[in-house]
Design a protein around this ligand. Structure first.
Ligand SMILES: CC(=O)N[C@H]1[C@@H](OP(=O)(O)OP(=O)(O)OC[C@H]2O[C@@H](n3ccc(=O)[nH]c3=O)[C@H](O)[C@@H]2O)O[C@H](CO)[C@@H](O)[C@@H]1O
Ligand SMILES: C=C(OP(=O)(O)O)C(=O)O
Length: 431
């Protein structure tokens, strides 16, 4: 088993390049199985555990998948199986994104029901309601959800009770081949939705309004394989922005789209961080003293929940009291307990955490409870006194490519070691 060991106290300086977005590449690879003609060639694919999982899911269904360099090629022209077993969905909830494409192309899909996870119960009722509105029958039983339709799906008006990212994507993909026009109201507006819509449109779909709350999809008969480059990962970019800020460093984050992270930029600026656009990247300069602020997570363009834990790490170094409110997921505060092990003063009040800063963080053994919590613990470790050992790295590997190497090249004292080497390091520290 591997751990990450960080020793705090180094300022980060230099340049780091952001990968393609995890949350864009997963739906795009899922969508590639709708193409009944031609190959799909997807560039800027990050080498993440989640990407391997989605590739395995569609391989299991009989698609040919090649992954070389940062390019994934999918040939889904052979007849496909329409099932995804629990072994994949258990590893990654986004496996449910094959429901829409399979239903659209084959009129049938059967996928293991995703369970809850560390950040909340995460139901998929809105995905299913959307399919039902388009004429599909939904059956849930024995740990599976099965959706089917006789003939083509029918276009429908679908109002989402909340702007769910996954539901918007699944419905958009299903509607791409439906008969007639589908309108999604109160749809998600995330940049990853726009990337998926652009991809589907290149494949021959007719989608307008992606990036706004009303998305219109005129169904077509079939889609074909195309070439596409994935947008940069705004959450990876944000994580490095916080790293620069928390260490008082100066980092150029390349391949980052500032328009995708306006809410984060604005909050970090309020805290005293200097942020400027530079070429195709963002330069972040940490101040001598950070100021506390309040943060409330919201669907895009609001403050992203996937940056909440990293910003908690930053707030722990800021002077004053700040309140972080999580409105997207009901249970995304598992990292609070881990931060407390590092001497953080945090109080949970309902859906908010009160952060009193600045605190002198102390190195400790902590566990990544989800992927962003894991990143946040590394960030805290960068400024903690002594060594921090982070365990449960499989979470971090879902969403970050070589995070240890990237931080080390910016000057952090960090390494990824196996458990035994970890013991040695900790023992050395104790002596
Ligand atoms: C692979 C991917 O893109 N993951 C992102 C996606 O997850 P995901 O697509 O799962 O997130 P959603 O936007 O669907 O979830 C938002 C909220 O809606 C609820 N909900 C969702 C669907 C549904 O049918 N019923 C329901 O109640 C969820 O429990 C949650 O409380 O968006 C989240 C919110 O920005 C991000 O944190 C995740 O990183
Ligand atoms: C919650 C996240 O991802 P997922 O929806 O894949 O669990 C995330 O990226 O922070």
């Amino acid at each position: 088993m591997e751990n990450i060991i960080v020793r705090g106290g180094r300022q980060l300086n230099g340049t780091v390049r952001v990968e393609g977005a995890k949350n864009a590449v997963l739906p795009v690879i899922a969508a590639s199985i709708i193409a009944s003609e031609g190959k799909s060639v997807i560039h800027e694919v990050p080498a993440l555990a989640d990407v391997h999982t989605i590739n395995q899911v569609i391989k299991h269904m009989n698609a040919d998948v090649e992954y070389e360099g940062n390019t994934v090629t999918v040939d889904a022209t052979k007849p496909l199986l329409t099932e995804a077993p629990f072994e994949y969905v258990r590893k990654m909830r986004a496996s449910v994104l094959v429901l829409g494409p399979l239903l659209a192309r084959y009129g049938h899909a059967k996928v293991a029901m995703p369970g809850g996870c560390a950040i909340g119960s995460r139901p998929i009722d809105l995905h299913l309601k959307g399919f039902e509105a388009m004429g599909a029958e939904v059956h849930v039983g024995n740990g599976f959800v099965e959706v089917s339709t006789n003939g083509r799906l029918r276009g429908a008006k679908i109002y989402l009770d909340m702007p769910s990212v996954g539901a918007t994507e699944n419905i958009m993909m299903a509607a791409a081949l439906a008969k007639g026009k589908t309108t999604i109201e109160n749809g998600a507006k995330e940049p990853e939705i726009v990337d998926l819509a652009n991809y589907l449109n290149k494949m021959g779909a007719k989608i307008t309004g992606a990036g706004t709350e009303t998305i219109k999809i005129e169904g077509v008969e079939k889609l074909h394989g195309v070439e596409h480059s994935i947008i940069p990962d705004r959450i990876e970019a944000g994580t490095f922005m916080v790293a620069a800020a928390i260490t008082g460093g100066n980092v150029l984050i390349e391949n980052a789209e500032i328009e995708h992270i306006r809410a984060l930029v604005s909050k970090m600026e309020e805290m005293g961080v200097k942020i400027t656009e530079e070429g195709t990247g963002i330069r972040v300069i940490g101040p001598k003293k950070l100021k506390a602020t309040d943060i409330k997570t919201l669907p895009h363009p609001g403050f992203p929940t996937d940056m909440q834990s990293q910003m908690m790490a930053l707030m722990l170094q800021a002077a004053g009291t700040g309140v972080i409110t999580e409105t997207v997921f009901e249970n995304r505060f598992m990292h609070v307990e881990e931060f407390r092990r590092m001497n953080a003063k945090l109080k949970i009040e309902g859906r908010s955490v009160i952060v009193e800063g600045p605190v002198e963080l102390q190195g400790a053994e902590v566990a990544a409870t989800d992927l962003r919590a894991g990143a946040a613990l590394i960030l805290a470790g960068l400024v903690a006194d002594g060594y921090t050992r982070i365990t449960s790295l499989h979470h971090i590997d879902r969403g970050y490519v070589d995070i240890t190497g990237k931080f080390a090249r910016l000057g952090a004292d960090i390494e990824r070691v196996n458990q035994d080497e970890t013991k040695e390091i900790v023992e050395k520290q104790e002596v």
